[in-house]
Design a binder for this molecule. Structure first.
Ligand SMILES: NC(=O)c1ccc[n+]([C@@H]2O[C@H](COP(=O)([O-])OP(=O)(O)OC[C@H]3O[C@@H](n4cnc5c(N)ncnc54)[C@H](OP(=O)(O)O)[C@@H]3O)[C@@H](O)[C@H]2O)c1
Length: 666
């Protein structure tokens, strides 16, 4: 690669023209190509910007295949960013992608994951962030000159005149919030960050309102933010009203005003009024913001950094979450995001297991499929875009098994899982756990009624594995076995078991089944992990971390699907003897023995060069009975971090030492 980046534009529309106009002022880059879906459009752009005979001109694939291009500027409509950005990263190009990276945070999560794995740099195109005016503003905020920052007021709204084009189409994620509302939102987060000595801070609450126009997009919207420090922000955005484009930052000692925070077309004035001092105006010379952002990316590349420090991938992901929250306040969801939408993979490629995926598998009699040893918990995916991106990533890593329940999210999570399975056509490849009959509906009739509803929500006619979510000691165990056996015979479930069932009741159920020629319990899902539980987090839960339960599991060898196998954060660094702030953690796990286990896991982790949580997971996987730990990552990043435990195999000696059953060092 040359020391200067050779850039190509993908999507030569109006903003690409501004980029191409600024780029000649770049220190570290030059325009060397253009790609468009339309060959004529690419050629016209190349002519307009005098690209020489060596320029790469063609469709997107041709540009991405060229060795004469180092970096691409993705400047298509919002809905076109994700696929192109991922294709470019995979083709070995650095990517400057116009804001927003994608219409929703689930899709952004997949793009940032692709960037982290590619070793290439991805930057979201907030060019104003790199302009000297913004740098100066953030410096002033950080200096404390304005006192404590109390409020940010910012607006980006303009009048398009006519209701036509990409800003008014729901199919291309039109509307003001995503197109320009993202600017005031990002500034408020950056200002809160500068005040706190960090890059950005996320609002603890966001309320908003607005108007959806006749085409279904937001034409006017406001948002009120509160940050953890107490700083507030008022944001306005729109595409049918020319509100002044401005920003005011108020502190306990002074006020800073900007009359042109975003477009930055000319010489700028920052007005600062501090109490008791004469007001001052800081002049900022005109600058080429698009060239500056291209150079920020180039500098990160030259320094061998994986991302641009001024605008990280985590910044973009968090930004997308706040944009989701803002749109949700208006009830604005695009048709391609609906719970019933046929959402494709973010890369656009068919879903398949990655070569070299390290997932181990086990078997459960009756299921007839590979059961991944790690089981994805389906209880915290807010929407289908997020669920799809996460489940795709899990599947690509060899994950086959998904844990759902009738009560999770009032049924919404079952709908999302079912839609993803249907969209991908993987019903015969995945193992779906359904759970039902949670207290107070823990009775045979509720099992049948809820199972029927779960199957319908998940668009399927069978559960690979079914578990009663709780037990009800008022009901003779045989009544449960009878109804579950009936469902097996009818083909609605393949195998069943109990979650939060005691060893005694499981033995009783299996004795009844054996005596009556019925199928018995073939799995159990209780709390289990390296830390011994002193108490359980929720009423009605059962753990299997005590020596008697462990001995029973070893003897029966019944497959265990442990929940909270990481002891609710005990091994993540959150637990410290002198920190009693997490009452649940203290109640359930704080004991001298568990802190000794934590120490041992920590020292073994350091030796192996993995996080302590990986050792805690490896401990669960290394048991002498089959284990299939459930995990509930909230992002692909968390998923990958948890999965590092799969690469470690512990010896029986190490396992015994971790569990304080031997003094021998590992
Ligand atoms: N940073 C800023 O200040 C700023 C300002 C304005 C816009 N933007 C961002 O830049 C991006 C492009 O905005 P723009 O105003 O430049 O857009 P545009 O001119 O309307 O279109 C840009 C390109 O997108 C592709 N495209 C257009 N319509 C499409 C459709 N229906 N489906 C798929 N692709 C389509 C075309 O690429 P092909 O030629 O390859 O077909 C077109 O050349 C947006 O994400 C926007 O947020 C940023």
């Amino acid at each position: 690669m040359s020391t200067r980046l050779r850039w190509a534009v993908l999507g030569p529309g109006s903003i690409a023209r501004r980029f191409a106009t600024h780029l000649p002022h770049s220190e570290l880059g030059e325009l060397a190509g253009v790609g468009s879906r339309d060959a004529g459009r690419a050629r016209a752009f190349a002519e307009e910007f005098d690209l020489g005979a060596d320029a790469v001109i063609g469709d997107y694939d041709e540009v991405l295949a060229s060795d004469a291009i180092d970096a691409v500027y993705v400047s298509t409509v919002h809905t076109g960013h994700a696929q192109l950005a991922i294709a470019a990263l995979r083709a070995g190009k650095h990517v400057l992608c116009e804001k927003p990276l994608a219409p929703n945070s689930g899709t952004v999560m997949a793009i940032t994951d692709a960037a982290r794995r590619s070793g290439k740099v991805l930057l979201e195109g907030f060019m104003y962030r790199f302009h000297p005016q913004t740098l100066r503003v953030l410096e002033i905020v950080a200096s404390g000159e304005l006192g404590e920052i109390t409020h940010v007021d910012a607006s980006f709204s303009f009048d398009t005149g006519r209701r036509e084009g990409r800003l008014f189409g729901t199919d291309v994620a039109g509307g003001g919030i995503l197109d320009v509302g993202c600017y005031p939102l990002s500034l408020a987060r950056l200002v809160a960050g500068a005040a706190a000595g960090t890059l950005a801070v996320e609002p603890s609450s966001l309320t908003g309102s607005g108007t959806l126009g006749p085409t279904g997009v937001d034409e006017w919207a406001t948002a009120e933010l509160v940050f953890p420090s107490g700083t507030t922000a008022s944001l306005r955005t729109g595409v049918r009203l020319a509100d002044p484009q401005s920003a005011t930052i108020t502190g306990t000692r002074g006020v800073l005003r900007l009359e042109d925070p975003w477009a930055l077309t000319d010489r700028q004035i920052i007005r600062v009024d501090v109490v008791g001092e004469e007001g001052r105006e800081i002049e900022i010379e005109p600058a080429h913001a698009y060239a500056l952002e291209a150079d920020a990316l180039a500098r990160a590349v030259a320094a061998g950094q994986s991302e641009v420090p001024e605008l990280t991938l985590a910044f973009s992901h968090a930004q997308a979450k706040s944009l989701d929250a803002w749109r949700a306040q208006l009830g604005l969801r695009y048709p391609f995001e609906a719970d019933t939408a046929a959402i494709p993979t973010v890369s656009g490629d068919p879903l398949r297991v990655r070569d070299g995926a390290a997932m181990p598998y086990g078997e459960i009699p009756g299921v007839g499929k590979k059961v991944s040893r790690l089981v994805m918990g389906c209880d915290n995916q807010g929407d289908l875009a997020h669920a799809s991106a996460l489940f795709d990533a899990f599947f690509e890593e060899g994950g086959t098994t998904f844990d759902s329940a009738y009560i999770y999210g009032g049924g919404h999570h079952e709908v999302l899982l079912g839609q993803w399975v249907a969209n991908r056509g993987v019903r015969e490849d995945v193992v779906v756990i359904m759970k039902g009959a949670h207290t107070p509906h823990c009775d045979p009739e509720s099992i049948t009624r809820q199972l029927g509803e779960s199957l319908e929500r998940q668009q399927t006619d069978y559960a690979d594995l079914y578990m009663m979510h709780r037990d009800n000691l008022d009901i003779p165990v045989g009544e449960f076995v009878d109804v579950l056996d009936e469902h097996v015979r009818a083909g609605r479930i393949r195998a069943f078991g109990g979650s939060n069932w005691t060893p005694e009741r499981v033995d009783e159920a299996n004795a009844y089944a054996a005596a009556n020629g019925k199928q018995g319990f073939s799995l159990l899902s209780n709390h289990f992990g390296l830390a011994e539980a002193l108490d359980v987090p929720w009423a009605g839960c059962v753990h299997a971390t005590d020596p008697a339960s462990k001995a029973w599991l070893e003897e029966r060898r019944i497959p265990l699907f442990p929940w909270s196998s990481q002891a609710r954060g005990f091994f993540t660094g959150r637990a410290r003897k002198d920190d009693l702030s997490d009452a649940e953690l203290v109640r359930c796990y704080y004991s001298d023995e568990n802190f000794e286990r934590l120490d041992r896991a920590g020292s073994l982790a350091a030796e192996l060069g993995v996080p302590t949580t990986a050792v805690a997971l490896a401990y669960v996987l290394a048991q002498p009975f089959p284990t299939f730990p459930l995990f509930g990552p909230r992002s692909i990043e968390e998923m990958r971090s948890s999965m590092t435990g799969l690469s470690i195999s512990l010896t029986p000696e190490q396992t015994a030492w971790l569990d304080l059953r031997s003094d021998r060092p590992a």
